[in-house]
Design a protein around this ligand. Structure first.
Ligand code: AMP
Ligand code: MN
Ligand code: MN
Ligand code: MN
Length: 283
């Protein structure tokens, strides 16, 4: 089961991806994905469409989302898989997590204006598919379009990150709430791309320990932003903490993402794949 081509992390126009859920489903199928999940940031508005598209392609599907969390002042992402997308606690929690993105975006634009970049709010809005979900990615696309930066990587090096123009600190959901919403809705919580956080080793250990204590059950081991060495490091940590392992490209856009849907190494055989915990939730 560990060699299933599962891709359990990607984004559509319902958050900060550039493809519609239907186009993502078709792309996943064409790339040989055998189990798929659409995991839009703080949003389940695309789930019905993703499931319908997956069904029409005979592509097994798990519901998904990626919740923004603040843990010791660092933003951490928690993926939820296999939950009931209509569960009231989850729906309300996600709605509250999305709240505040609009004001944050206005402040980001004010900072960028002071740095000499005018019209960033309106510019970013052009790329937004879901008005509640304006994100740094949409600003990044605007900065590339206007020639300020050559690609989104350069944007995040020069802007929108701590200490750089356009960075507005934001408090997201708590770790405990995010895990609880996913669990109450019948799903499994997964630490997304753990190598991407600015935590010290002690803080990382605390994240895994608290995540587990809250009822979290899995960690992304093979993901688009991990190196080969990081696959091994987080496979070891999954085993140390008794967590299942997940696999997902974190695909956002054909022009931007270096890792395409389904184009990832398989999970090592020593790991428990997260889909083994979710066998009865696959649709
Ligand atoms: P937000 O939720 O508004 O803070 O935006 C976070 C999103 O920005 C992530 O989900 C990524 O899509 C994107 N992002 C963050 N850091 C980078 C980076 N270094 N390179 C490319 N995209 C990034
Ligand atoms: Mn994103
Ligand atoms: Mn993420
Ligand atoms: Mn993601």
């Amino acid at each position: 089961m560990s060699i299933l081509n599962a891709d359990l992390h990607c984004h559509s126009t319902v958050s900060d991806g550039t493809l519609e859920p239907e186009a993502l489903a078709a792309r996943a199928k064409a790339n040989g994905v055998e189990l798929w999940s659409l995991t839009d940031h703080d949003e389940v508005g695309g789930q019905r469409r993703a499931l319908a598209a997956a069904r029409s392609l005979d592509l097994p599907y798990l519901t998904g989302t990626e919740i923004s969390v603040t843990f010791v002042d660092v933003t951490v992402h928690i993926v939820g898989l296999g939950f009931d997308p209509d569960h009231p606690a989850l729906v309300e929690g996600l709605r509250r997590t999305r709240g505040g993105r609009g004001e944050r975006a206005q402040e980001m634009a004010e900072q960028l204006a002071k740095a000499g970049i005018a019209g960033a709010y309106e510019g970013a809005l052009k790329y937004v598919g879901n008005p509640e979900l304006i994100s740094r990615t949409h600003f990044a696309r605007f900065l590339v379009e206007t020639g300020v930066c050559k690609d989104t990587n350069e944007v995040f090096r020069r802007f929108l990150t701590e200490g750089k123009p356009g960075y507005v600190p934001h408090r997201w959901a708590t770790l405990g709430d995010a895990v609880r919403w996913i669990r109450e809705a019948g799903g499994v919580a997964v630490i997304a791309h753990p190598a991407r956080y600015a935590h010290s080793p002690t803080q990382e250990y605390a994240l895994f320990t608290e995540f587990k204590a809250h009822g979290g059950q899995a960690v992304e081991v093979v993901t688009g932003s991990h190196s080969a060495a990081e696959y091994v490091k987080y496979a070891d940590m999954a085993l140390e903490f008794g967590l299942a392992a997940s696999r997902g490209s974190d695909f956002h856009s054909p022009g931007e993402s270096h890792c395409d849907l389904g184009a990832l190494p398989h999970l090592e055989g020593r790991l428990t794949p997260v889909w083994e915990l979710l066998a009865d939730r696959i649709q």
